[in-house]
Write a protein that binds this ligand. Structure first.
Ligand SMILES: [Mg+2]
Length: 359
């Protein structure tokens, strides 16, 4: 393999929202299921359809009223009607966070593009074979800890990885090595190319262009005269050219953690213990982001009347130990427990701590 070949994976959870619902409600197993708008209000769209619902022709982004009609048609033919759910987006994002956090422990550079999709830069593995093993391990981890499946595509750039992740859904793992890119793309319908929607597909079909290999016969100028500016981009895509640059999110400007107590309290021992637990979590996140030191510590307190106060301190020198974080935040907390910052001795409802000014 050439030294400078990039290895990029695209990971896409299968029918993510619907899969989480099926996992958590055993009686949904095998039933057609749609997460999205309420069909009885008739407005809004399908967010996710599971595979049995897709067999009724129901797709993401379809108007919910149309999904309802397809379900009714199926029911009249003696098939099970679709279960419509409004969705628990908080739950889905917690599942997503835990999956992405795990991936980050295995892969230094990832670009998360939605709640259930991410590009992974696997160039560091040095070979497509090693990259494949790593992706299989990630799929196994997701299956074991979340009882969910993901489809993964691996290729020399983001475009090929994305098409490959879609190639064998659900629970797929498709590897397209650089020398196989053209063979992989040629037989695919043009619709499989990201960006080719129903409109472009129709224009191309009318010219007898159905598969990628039909369109690759044409020079770039021909595609440009058919599709305008988008013809140039499509020309590159059908020839397998794409970017291998991942855009990692900008590092945070602060790292914090807070907790709401089960009961409002002014017990110093309890509050200090809670504060130290928050400090430990902040310190873990601080390290995970690869920061070397912090200079500013801020403690926030919310009282039982919901007023909130913060107290911050910039240290004389940058610090990098948990002990320093605990000591500084304790000094900032104590005035909230007595008449210095809490003259009416209101019980506390929430505390938080954060660090800023990283190096
Ligand atoms: Mg998905």
């Amino acid at each position: 393999m050439k030294k400078n070949t990039s290895i990029i994976a695209h990971l896409d959870m299968d029918a993510f929202f619907a899969a989480v619902e099926e996992r958590d409600t055993p009686r949904f197993a095998g039933q057609p299921l749609v997460v999205g708008a309420d069909p009885h209000r008739g407005r809004g769209v399908v967010s996710t359809a599971n595979y049995p619902a897709r067999r009724y022709g129901i797709r993401s982004a379809m108007p919910i009223s149309q999904a309802w009609r397809r379900s009714e048609n199926a029911r009249l033919q003696g098939q099970p009607p679709v279960i419509f759910l409004s969705g628990n987006y908080k739950k889905y994002s917690l599942v997503s966070e835990s999956i992405m956090a795990y991936i980050q422990t295995r892969i230094p550079l990832i670009e998360q593009t939605s709640v259930d999709e991410a590009y992974l830069d696997l160039t560091f593995t040095g070979s497509f074979a090693t990259a494949q093993i790593l992706c299989q391990e990630i799929k196994n981890y997701i299956a074991r800890t979340q009882r969910l499946t993901a489809s993964v595509g691996i290729g020399p750039n983001k475009l090929i990885a994305k098409i490959a992740s879609d190639f064998q859904k659900p629970n797929g793992l498709t590897v397209v090595r650089p020398e196989k890119v053209i063979d992989f793309l040629n037989p695919l319908p043009l619709r499989a190319i990201p960006g080719v929607g129903p409109k472009t597909e129709q224009v191309l079909l009318q010219l007898g262009l159905k598969k990628v290999c039909d369109a690759t016969q044409l020079p770039q100028s021909a595609l440009e005269s058919i599709l305008g500016k988008w013809g140039e981009a499509l020309f590159k895509k059908i020839h397998g050219q794409g970017s291998a640059t991942l855009h990692a999110p900008a590092p945070p400007l602060s790292v914090g953690s807070q907790t709401t107590f089960p009961l409002d309290t002014l017990s110093a021992m309890y509050v200090v213990n809670q504060l130290f637990a928050r400090c430990e979590q902040v310190f873990r996140h601080f390290n995970r982001h690869g920061f070397h030191s912090f200079r500013t510590v801020v403690v926030t307190a919310r009282f039982n009347d919901f007023t909130t106060a913060s107290s911050g301190r910039t240290l004389p020198r940058p610090a990098n130990t948990l002990a320093k974080l605990k000591k500084s935040s304790l000094q900032l907390l104590l005035p909230f427990l007595d008449n210095r910052r809490n003259p009416q001795l209101r019980p506390l409802r929430l505390i938080g701590v954060r660090v800023e000014n990283f190096n």
